[in-house]
Design a protein around this ligand. Structure first.
Ligand code: FES
Ligand SMILES: [Fe+2]
Length: 339
């Protein structure tokens, strides 16, 4: 298995790098993230060029990273700025690899590929997370599966009917309208549940007065593993634009072949000042993403040796179109990079 390296991935949430050195494995690379004196975030290979100690075991000294073992110091570009030994010579062999980092929309993005190819304009738009009209709650969770299994999970949200039945089962499931839209490098799976009873989750926020409710559950993918989920609900017949809705951050970053980082968030356009609604969304994320999605995708990952032994290919259902298209696109990116 391989990873597409020439791409932007989320490395961390801003609060995670606010306290000292953050050690994080991304695309199989040990990386250390920290804030420089000007507040910007830097990312270095977490491996001292001298005797390969992890720099994340060191300290931040005068805005530089000091290796825990023999005290070499590095700035945010990876340049060795101090050698406390001998004449203090600092040949380029003492520099450590650094990675381009962009902090945007409440996310810290990293580029693990060729440095010259890193274009911040290619970072997908998550400005909903910092919109003054919205309120965002979210977090980060380690998941024990290959990142593509979580992308699969997210690109087919019909699983909510079963995996998230306590909150999201809909009596309009049999009438769901699906559309897959491919444009400008993104792939969208649009689902609309017409004229149903409010799901348990919707009923918490929308008093429909016994009227039927329309529910939209759309998800958009951008390479390689950044997804934006639009959940909207309203009394049937209300235009989508006038719905109560939440724009969901769902970004997956490979850690190893069999583990990944899941960065999630929900940016709602209603009750933005209500901490009780914050709590309701946090409870939903805890239950749906951590207690329900995580065990399923990890159980699927655990089946990999059996699937390989029997030489199995996944069977296809009507709900799979978007996930299959995304899978093919990731395959294509992997091939292009290998070539
Ligand atoms: S291992 Fe870092 S200075 Fe020796
Ligand atoms: Fe789910």
């Amino acid at each position: 298995m391989t990873f597409v390296r020439n791409a932007w991935y989320v490395a961390a949430l801003p609060a995670e790098v606010d306290e000292g050195l953050l050690s994080r494995k991304l695309l199989n690379d040990p990386i250390v993230l920290y804030r420089q004196p000007d507040g910007t975030c830097a990312a270095l290979l977490d491996l001292c060029p001298h005797r390969f100690a992890p720099l994340s075991m060191g300290i931040i000294k005068d805005g530089n990273v000091q290796c825990p073992y023999h005290g070499l110091e590095f700035d945010g570009t990876g340049r060795c700025v101090l050698n406390p030994h001998g004449s203090g010579a600092r040949p380029s062999a003492l520099d450590v690899r650094s990675f381009p980092v962009v902090e945007r929309d409440g996310l810290i993005w990293i580029w693990c590929g060729e440095k010259g190819a890193a274009d911040p304009n290619a970072i997908p738009d998550y400005s909903c997370r910092i919109s003054p009209e919205r309120r965002t709650v979210g977090g980060h969770a380690p998941i024990d599966c290959n990142y593509r299994l979580l992308v699969d999970n997210l690109m087919d949200l019909s699983h909510a009917q079963f995996v998230h039945r306590a909150n999201a089962q809909s009596d309009a499931f049999d009438r769901v309208r699906r559309e897959v839209v491919v444009s400008d490098g993104s792939i969208q799976n649009l689902m609309m549940y017409p004229e149903g009873s409010p799901t348990t989750f919707v009923a918490k926020f929308l008093d429909s007065g016994n009227k039927p409710v329309d529910l939209w559950n759309d998800i958009k993918w951008n390479a390689v593993s950044s997804m934006l989920n639009f959940i909207a609900f309203a009394v049937s017949g209300t235009p989508k634009e006038q719905s109560l809705n939440s724009m969901g951050t769902h970004i997956v970053t490979p850690e190893t072949e069999t583990t990944c980082h899941y960065f999630f968030g929900a940016s709602r356009n209603f009750a933005v000042d209500d901490p009780a609604v914050d709590d309701a969304f946090r409870a939903w994320q805890r239950q749906a993403l951590i207690q329900e999605d995580k065990p399923i995708v990890e159980a699927v990952e655990a089946m990999r040796p059996v699937v390989q032994r029997y030489g199995l290919r996944p069977a296809m259902l009507a709900c799979d179109e978007a996930a299959v298209r995304v899978g093919r696109e990731i395959d294509r990116l992997e091939r292009a990079e290998a070539a």
